[in-house]
Design a protein. Structure first.
Length: 503
């Protein structure tokens, strides 16, 4: 074993096309050393100060003849004063193609979920891409998520195993369609984490939970890696469409790349100030996916969305158990609806997902219910993009919502009822599976109608009249009883709006 000290005296500050990155001195091994099965190990130690760049790269000179690369790391976690961030260090790796932003070098990321990983031709640690360990300069990527006032001391151990590389598997991906029911309402959960990032469930466990939750489709969205894409095919079936994507987890917010082409990797190494997000949003759409900012008002470090919504195809308003940040996201989205009407521009639909990681996180709570032409990737995405959807807390909650004009005009969720400004409009909502809930109609003026509580049967209806002059849109909410006086109760369901008027 050879040891080295990579303290701050042996570093170079480089600009890699986004935020500044710290590149340390190289770790070297013998050229094609050792016999088959032989190993070489290097251990590197150093300390990162507070204010370190978002990413620190440790170059590793990999010689020819390597069968496997294995990396383990540790870092100190000193006590910090109350209210002060403690140490947290993420890890990943880029191969000999380099660390260029959006380049070909990505080989895996596990964030802070694992303390070690390996890569070889036939297999890799979940979160990492199997394939040959080719000679050249690899880079271990360290992400100092937070650094304590004392600094962050780390130790990285790299082990190379020599020998024949083995056969790389050919990836098999899930199909882009399931049997379906033709034009129908399909239930889905598009924000899920497996053990290929920081989740604790296998694809098989997630698929079983999805079926139990009454879902017709799901979307894989592991943090900053596409490594799970090749592990979902055997879980798909006529009854379950499995799309694949990524939760692109930047330091200024997270975005779900929903239903991208299998094998697509979207880079995350930039902040809002770098003006790079538009490029990667276009890459998501170019790969057949939707751009969905996730939990935009979440309070965890780096979770709050700071890139704006100009590139969004939809926004995740409800994430997991309904909490105050979801209420803020809902109000913010409602404000965006008003702005879209005022400025005469396209509106952004809302959706909800579970963001489930591990037990006891329920899959399908909440779930987005989409009116689609069939159970295919394209049809589901078309429904989400058009806003033909509502969000329900579980399979038990179902609703219908529409608006009708005086001459038989009719419009459903996500559609426009084209009537004169002063024409009477009747808005109708029916719901099942919502005992004790109230039904509300919300317009650009606010909440203008609230029903009595639904009885124990859970089935309720409500009607309300308005005009396009008074309401540029109407949307529906189903609310549980208030838990805090003067505040609305948690959502059981809500719809995208019906717009009123000729334009």
């Amino acid at each position: 074993m050879c040891e080295d000290d990579h303290g701050i005296g042996r570093r170079a500050l480089l600009v890699t096309g986004a935020a500044a990155a710290l590149t340390l001195g190289s770790v070297t091994f013998a050229n094609a050393a050792g016999t088959a099965g032989g190993t070489e190990t290097r251990t590197v130690r150093g300390t990162l100060p507070t204010g370190s760049p978002d990413f620190v790269y440790l170059p590793v000179e990999v010689p020819a003849g390597v069968r496997e690369i294995r990396v383990a790391y540790t870092y100190d976690k000193p006590a910090v004063p109350a209210g002060t961030m403690a140490n947290a260090l993420d890890i990943g790796v880029f191969d000999e193609h380099g660390t260029e932003l959006g380049g070909r070098g990505f080989r895996g990321w596990s964030g802070g979920a694992r303390t070690e990983f390996f890569i070889r031709a036939d297999e890799a640690t979940p979160g990492y891409i199997p394939g040959r360990v080719r000679p050249g300069t690899w880079h271990i990527a360290l992400g100092p998520y937070t650094v304590a006032p004392q600094g962050l001391s780390y130790e990285v151990t790299i082990t190379l195993t020599y020998g024949e590389p083995g056969q790389a598997p050919k990836p098999v991906y899930p199909p882009s369609r399931a049997k379906g029911r033709g034009r129908a309402w399909y239930r889905g959960d598009c924000h899920l984490h497996s053990w290929y990032s920081d989740g604790r469930r296998t694809p098989a466990e997630i698929a079983a939970l999805a079926r139990a939750a009454g879902l017709d489709f799901i979307n894989s969205s592991d943090h900053n890696t596409c490594s799970s894409h090749a592990h979902w095919a055997d879980q798909a079936g006529d009854d379950l469409l499995i799309m694949v994507g990524e939760e692109v987890t930047t330091r200024n917010g997270h975005v779900v790349a929903l239903g991208t082409d299998p094998g697509t990797f979207i880079d995350w190494r930039y902040r809002a100030r770098d003006n790079r997000f538009g490029k990667y949003a276009r890459q998501i759409r170019g790969a057949g996916g939707l751009v969905v900012p996730a939990h935009p008002h979440a309070t965890c470090i780096g979770c709050n969305w700071k890139f704006g919504f100009a590139e969004a195809d939809a926004v995740e308003v409800w994430n997991g158990a309904y909490t105050p940040d979801d209420e803020v996201a809902l109000a913010d989205w409602d404000g965006m609806l008003v702005a879209s009407v005022r400025e005469g521009r396209e509106w952004i639909p809302a959706m909800g997902n579970s963001d489930a990681h591990r037990d006891p996180d329920p899959v399908g709570t909440p779930q987005t219910v989409v009116l689609a032409e069939d159970l295919t990737r394209d049809a589901i995405q078309d429904g989400i993009r058009a806003g033909r959807s509502y969000v329900a807390e579980s399979k038990d909650v179902s609703l219908t919502f529409s608006a009708a004009g005086p001459k038989g005009e009719h419009a459903g969720i996500g559609e426009r009822l084209r009537v004169a400004a002063d024409a009477p409009v009747t808005v109708s909502l029916s719901v099942t599976g919502a005992p004790g809930c109230t039904l509300r109609f919300v317009t650009d003026q606010g909440v203008l109608f609230t029903s009595p509580a639904v009885d124990a049967s859970g089935a309720g209806t409500a009607q309300w009249r308005t005009t396009a002059a008074n309401s540029s849109y109407v949307r529906a909410e189903v609310r549980h009883p208030a838990q805090v006086p003067s505040l609305p109760g948690p959502l059981a369901a809500f719809t995208n709006p019906v717009f009123l008027g000729r334009s």
